[in-house]
Design a protein around this ligand. Structure first.
Ligand SMILES: [Zn+2]
Ligand SMILES: [Zn+2]
Length: 79
């Protein structure tokens, strides 16, 4: 079974870890930073580790601003 790998910053999906970490992430806190591997399992819903809000996909979770994020950033997935 093919496994997908996701970026925990933007939710983009890649077929391999090497292709994920080699590409630039538009939501990286670092200028021209690359995607960061989401190390949790693929789920039917994802929960923010700061506020507990639930989203149906990583990309929708990471696309919304989190009211409890320490740097007023986007939601971040809990593992
Ligand atoms: Zn990314
Ligand atoms: Zn949140």
């Amino acid at each position: 079974m093919a496994q997908n790998y996701y970026c925990k910053l933007c939710g983009m999906k890649y077929p391999s870890i090497s292709s994920l970490t080699a590409a630039t992430c538009s939501r990286s806190p670092v200028r021209n930073g690359n995607h960061v591997l989401y190390e949790g399992a693929e789920k039917s819903s994802y929960v923010c580790k700061y506020c507990g809000m639930k989203y149906p996909s990583l990309s929708s979770l990471t696309g919304a601003t989190c009211s409890r994020h320490p740097n007023k950033g986007k939601h971040e997935p809990a593992f």
